[in-house]
Structures are given as structure tokens and as C-alpha cells.
Design a protein around this ligand. Structure first.
Ligand code: NAP
Length: 282
């Protein structure tokens, strides 16, 4: 879209810095809600096998009439399918469910260091196959800690294009962001408004008042100015439009610093800790 910057990935591809996430969008509503996001201007969609709604995203893509090359579609490997043959079958299924012959980005959703004998490296090598055969333009990881990235760097020769991690004003996740940056990996910030949890914060509401913007807009703008990729989720067309209107204002240094200072470290984490998370769906 006109206003959304494209960021360069380390593999020569590029990614729209702002997209739309469909976590917790019910499968039966996904085609309609993704269609509304397209109408609001979003062209980058973040889904996952574990969200159970790839078919709805695929339906919205077909109904939209938008050229495939104008879209950026990401999905992620189900935690239950890290073993290479299972990952291959699961990737085939994602393409079938989305009705696509290639993804723009495919991620390992969680490292699961306490599952599969701690072997996320063979899973990563399987994603490298998908990139080599052209069915995944870019490949990356999600919820990888610096030590997990270090193992991929030691044992393979392909650096993930992105690492999608929890980041918002209450969890700056600076160590993981710094490790990503040092390795040439772009950070994707998930739950960028902490699922709404930061929107009543005193500092954020004050910055919003000063800017004449909403708390969600100043929080999302803070992410963009830090260089992270975001894809806020909303089921309402008004909030989709609100979250897309981020390119006609800028936060000054003082506002940036005030929001960054809200970091609560680990206490600010809302999701699971990637070092211990071991959930495999039934
Ligand atoms: N890789 C991972 O492990 C992982 C984990 C979590 C999320 N993600 C990705 O990141 C995306 C975004 O994260 P998220 O969905 O967890 O949370 P989020 O985008 O931070 O927040 C979404 C929540 O905030 C509300 N909201 C959205 N815009 C708003 C606004 N302008 N004003 C007030 N409330 C607003 C939404 O309600 P309404 O729908 O009612 O507007 C929804 O409840 C996900 O959809 C998914 O793609 C990835």
C-alpha cells in the first residue's frame, strides 16, 4: 500500500512493516474479517497453522481480487509438527488451505527447547528446503531466544529473515531485539498493544493527548519508529482503520523515550516464556 514502508530482509526480499494479525479470529469469521482488513488497506496478513483459520484467509485472498504479488502472506508451523516429515506435510497443508502455491514467509512458531530432544535445528533445515524449492520466499522463526538463534548460526548456514517475538511497551524484549539486530534479523513485534493492555497506561494516554492521536496509534507508531514489523489484530473496521493511520505523524525523542521507559522486563510478559513453553496441540 501507498503509505506502508517496505523493509529489506536479509535474503533480498522485502516485507511491509505494517500488516494484520488473525490470532484468535474464529475460523468462521476469518474470511469476512480478513476481507475487511483488505478494504482498510492492509496487504500483509499474519496467520498460523495453530490459529486454525488459514482456509478463511485463503477465501478472503481469492474474494479480494488483489494481485498475488501485492500481498504478503505469513504462516507458521504447528508445534506438533517439528519432525521433518511432519513439517513437510504440514507445509503442504498450509499451502492447500490457503489456496496458494507459495508463501511470502514461513516461520517455526515456537522453538520448544524441551520437546523433540531440543532439536529445532532439523526443523529449521526443513524450512530451508521450502525456501530452496521456492514455495517459501522467506523463512524465519518466532519466539526464538538469543541462545536459540546462536544454535541455528552454528549448525546451519541460513540466517532467519525475521524473529517474531512478544514486544510492547511493557515488554521491550531488548536483549532479544539486540540479538536479532546483531544477526541481521528483523524483529516482528507480536501483541504490539499487549492485546489492549497498554492502552489505559498514564504515560501512553498522555502522549496520545499531546499528539491528538489514540493510545493504540501512538503505541503502534512507537514500534514503527523502533524499526519493528507489526500486525495488530482487530475485528472492527473502525479500529482496523485507526491502526492503519500511522504515517502522518511522528513521535519526538521525549515521547519515544517515555514509552520505552515503561518496560517492566519479564514482569511485562503476557504470553508464555519461550525457554519453557512446551505446548503441543492435541
Ligand atoms: N508468534 C506468536 O507466538 C504470536 C503470539 C501472539 C500474537 N501473534 C501475532 O501478532 C498479532 C497481534 O497480536 P494479538 O492479536 O495477540 O494482540 P494485539 O494486536 O496487541 O491486540 C489485539 C486486541 O486489541 C484490541 N484492539 C485492536 N486495536 C485496538 C484499538 N485501536 N483500540 C482498542 N483496542 C484495540 C482487539 O480487539 P478488537 O478485535 O475488538 O478490536 C484485540 O482484543 C496476532 O494476531 C498474531 O498474528 C503471534
Amino acid at each position: 500500500m501507498a503509505n506502508v514502508p517496505n523493509l529489506s530482509l536479509n535474503d533480498g526480499n522485502s516485507i511491509p512493516q505494517l500488516g494484520f494479525g488473525v490470532f484468535q479470529v474464529p475460523p468462521e469469521d476469518t474470511a469476512r474479517i480478513t476481507g475487511l482488513a483488505f478494504e482498510a488497506g492492509y496487504r500483509h496478513i499474519d496467520t498460523a497453522q495453530m490459529y486454525g483459520n488459514e482456509k478463511g484467509v485463503g477465501e478472503a485472498i481469492r474474494d479480494s481480487g488483489i494481485a498475488r504479488d501485492d500481498l504478503f502472506i505469513t504462516s507458521k508451523l504447528n508445534n506438533g509438527f517439528h519432525e521433518p516429515d511432519q513439517a513437510r506435510r504440514a507445509f503442504d497443508q498450509s499451502l492447500a488451505d490457503l489456496g496458494l502455491d507459495r508463501l511470502d514467509l514461513f516461520l517455526i512458531h515456537w522453538p520448544l527447547p524441551t520437546q523433540y530432544g531440543g532439536d529445532f535445528v532439523s526443523t529449521w533445515k526443513t524450512l530451508i528446503e521450502f525456501q530452496k524449492d521456492g514455495r517459501a520466499r522467506s523463512i524465519g522463526v518466532s519466539n526464538f531466544q538469543p541462545a536459540h538463534l546462536a544454535r541455528l548460526a552454528e549448525e546451519t548456514d541460513v540466517v532467519p529473515a525475521v524473529n517474531q517475538i512478544e514486544v510492547h511497551p511493557y515488554l521491550g524484549n531488548e536483549e532479544a531485539r539486540a540479538a536479532n539486530r546483531a544477526a541481521g534479523i528483523l524483529t516482528e513485534a507480536w501483541s504490539p498493544i499487549a492485546q489492549g493492555g497498554v492502552l489505559t497506561d498514564e504515560v501512553i494516554t498522555k502522549v496520545a493527548e499531546q499528539e491528538g492521536r489514540t493510545p493504540a496509534q501512538v503505541t503502534l507508531r512507537w514500534h514503527l519508529q523502533r524499526g519493528d514489523i507489526i500486525f495488530p489484530k482487530s475485528s472492527s473496521p473502525e479500529r482496523m482503520a485507526e491502526n492503519f493511520a500511522l504515517f502522518d505523524f511522528e513521535l519526538d525523542d521525549a515521547a519515544m523515550k517515555a514509552i520505552t521507559a515503561l518496560d517492566r522486563g519479564e514482569a511485562g510478559r503476557t504470553g508464555p516464556n519461550p525457554d519453557t513453553f512446551d505446548m503441543i496441540p492435541d
